[in-house]
Ligand binder design. Structure first.
Ligand code: GAL
Length: 656
């Protein structure tokens, strides 16, 4: 378990480097990330390299025993390169190249950019190959599935489509271009579907374009990764990621890389209302699920965020430490805080680091220093991992298709997953968030929300899981689209009908309008967003609608399928329904439930096969007390406790 920081020596006077490294070492910083945006400093003009300054930084950190993550600085190519090759600048939907002076304005598809990116990578890796304190290499920064509209991307997209679909006739047939007289008679007529009005673009073309842009990003990573490994086969590779406008396909993106690293900026203000969505831990579980193993946080919240938006609140006392430990609870093994010093110049001067503009350490810094001390006591959990009874399936295709065609006001793909995640978390269950093709055989419950776009492997996986005796939860908007994002001409949920044992006779997209459902035990819950009106074939009703013209018709069903049980949730409810529903499923499947956890308290267990370590995190602004069933040893306070008293954002870890 290590705590580190992101550091930008090129932004500070050389006289500060040694002082900063010394202060880091004293504070307990174990690892530092360098050089992420420093291409111009490293190659001030074409083919002229200057590593001397970075050598000095590396020497200083090595002297203080601080490990290094070295970054490949391809996010910010130098101005001389753009000047010589303006064709490598990304082009927006308006056909204009991005204005220089920001960052990330290179086109990943550009052959010129690729050539220079590989060259600087090769030079850097060769130069630092012998430095053993470099423990990992980060490729670029926060890569997205960029919708670039330059000529190169346009041509490559067309070639990608022909490669996949063989010829233009197929493309016309598969995309349904006969709608609105859009038949292509020449490949050159195909455009990236980025222009206004976006919502009128062909959905099949849009989803294929999303897949193409993801391939471009994954290919860039692959090419750079090959260069690094060729120079230094022992190098450990990553790239830092986040949820953004053009969220990449995480599974593809990390295929060639050794570990996942996430930029973790949870919101500072935690909503009191459980229905105002807050399940930040979901993102952490998703990051662990990408490669099915522990991950890093490459940037961690350290203070008020802002710059390209108005500033957020500052972190509440305890929160800076609490959120770091929360990440560890969900499988992060190393956490770097963004950033050691807050920038005094440049576009992100109000995205606060640990030390404010004054340079004088304050409250947040002291809390960070406490965090370093606390984490230094966590050696016993170094080799632990998270084992879960529950899996939730996350599919990049479903997310993209939902973004391309929002189904109803207020309905978002990720939130459909978070409802279930929050409900299982409410009972202290570990949850894995996994890809559609994951091995599901070890899970007692699998939730596959909104399986919107058909994926044969995923569908077969779910059938196999239920056949073998698993408990599966499916929801509305499943089986709607074929692989190409066209509607499947069958009764919903089409390919899942047999699993579900019911058909959708009709649906009612009610948006923010609220209605009621009544479960088998007579409990009433509020539903909204979407109502599938179901006709049973082999299933039984678990809950029925309690108003509207479909009153008494099934809203949630339960079906026995081979050796398994399949639930179908045809509507979207408020949290109390999910807590009740998930509580029943946990009871049926024998998954232990912690009852009576104060709202906001999150419980996660890490295990090494012999010992279990239970993390209790009070993710709320109110103190919380938890009675333990027996006295357990706190590895934070080194004493046995039978009751935990957690301050706001307070933490404890006990050995079971
Ligand atoms: C991240 C990015 C960092 C920094 C940070 C805050 O998204 O990776 O480089 O910009 O946001 O501004």
């Amino acid at each position: 378990m290590k705590i580190g920081v992101d550091y930008y020596p090129e932004q500070w006077d050389q006289s500060m480097w040694e002082r900063d490294a010394e202060a880091m070492a004293t504070t307990g910083v174990k690892v530092v990330r360098l050089a992420e945006f420093a291409w111009t400093k490293l190659e001030p003009s074409e083919g002229v390299y200057d590593f001397a300054w970075l050598d000095e930084v590396v020497r200083i950190f090595s002297r203080y025993g601080i490990e290094i993550v070295m970054s490949i600085p391809t996010n910010c190519p130098p101005k001389w390169l753009y000047e010589a090759h303006p064709e490598m600048i990304r082009v927006g939907p308006d056909g204009k190249r991005l204005q220089l002076g920001i960052r990330g304005h290179r086109c990943l598809m550009s052959p010129v950019f690729m050539r220079y990116a590989k060259k600087i990578t090769e030079r850097m890796v060769r130069h630092y190959a012998s430095i053993t304190s470099i423990v990992a290499w980060q490729i670029d920064n926060e890569l997205e599935a960029y919708p670039c509209c330059c000529d190169e991307c346009r041509n490559q997209f067309r070639a990608w489509l022909i490669d996949k679909h063989d010829n233009l006739q197929n493309i016309n047939a598969f995309f349904g271009t006969n709608v609105w007289s859009n038949e292509y008679s020449d490949i050159s007529q195909i455009e990236p579907p980025t222009a206004y009005p976006q919502m009128w673009q062909n959905p099949a073309l849009c989803l294929e374009y999303n897949r193409f842009t993801n391939d471009v990003t994954a290919n860039f990573i692959h090419e750079i990764a090959m260069v690094i490994k060729r120079e230094l086969s022992r190098a450990k590779l990553t790239t830092n990621t986040w949820f953004c406008e053009n969220t990449p396909d995480f599974y593809k993106m990390y295929e060639q890389l050794d570990f996942v690293s996430y930029d973790n900026y949870p919101p500072v203000r935690v909503p009191e209302d459980p229905d105002e969505f807050y399940s930040h831990a979901f993102h952490l579980d998703l990051m662990r699920g990408i490669k099915g193993r522990n991950f890093w946080i490459m940037e961690q919240l350290s203070g008020p965020t802002g710059s390209w938006m108005p500033m957020s609140s500052t972190t509440r006392p305890g929160q800076l430490m609490g959120y770091s430990l929360q990440a560890i609870a969900h499988g992060a093994d190393t956490i770097l805080h963004f950033r050691w010093r807050t920038a005094v110049a440049g576009a992100e001067m109000f995205w606060h680091g640990l030390i404010d503009h004054s340079g004088v350490p304050g409250r947040r810094f002291f809390e960070f220093s406490e965090l370093c001390k606390t984490v230094s006591k966590l050696g016993v959990i170094d080799t632990t991992e998270i084992v879960s009874d529950v899996a939730i399936i996350y599919s990049p295709d479903n997310e993209a298709a939902f973004r391309i065609q929002p189904q109803v006001e207020g309905m978002y793909y990720l939130e459909q997953l978070k409802y279930f995640h929050a409900a299982f978390s409410h009972y202290g269950a570990n949850v894995d968030v996994v890809p559609p093709n994951a091995d599901l055989s070890g899970y007692k419950v699998v939730v596959a929300p909104t399986m919107f776009v058909y994926d044969q492997t995923a569908a077969e996986n779910l059938y196999r899981y239920a056949t073998a005796g698993g408990t599966l939860v499916l929801t509305n908007r499943s089986g709607v689209k074929d692989q190409l994002n066209n509607c499947i001409a069958d009764k919903l949920p089409t390919v899942f009908k047999e699993l579900v044992g019911a058909e959708v006779a009709e649906y009612d997209p009610i948006g923010s309008h609220e209605q009621k459902i009544r479960d088998f035990a007579g409990n009433i819950f509020t539903c909204r967003q979407w109502c599938d009106i179901l006709t049973l074939t082999t299933a039984k009703a678990y809950a029925e609608y309690d108003d509207s013209f479909y009153r008494s018709l099934p809203a949630v069903t339960l079906n026995r399928y081979c050796n398994g049980v399949v639930y179908y949730v045809g509507t979207v409810c408020k949290m109390d329904f999910y807590e009740s529903f998930v509580g029943n499923i946990m009871k049926q499947t024998g998954i232990p439930r912690l009852k009576g956890l104060p709202r906001g308290v999150e419980v996660t267990t890490r295990t090494n096969g012999l010992d279990d370590f239970i993390f209790f995190f009070n993710n709320s602004e109110k103190p919380a007390s938890i009675n333990l069933p027996k006295a357990m040893f706190s590895i934070i306070d080194s004493i046995a406790k039978d009751q935990l008293d957690l301050k706001p954002f307070g933490f404890d870890i006990v050995k079971k």
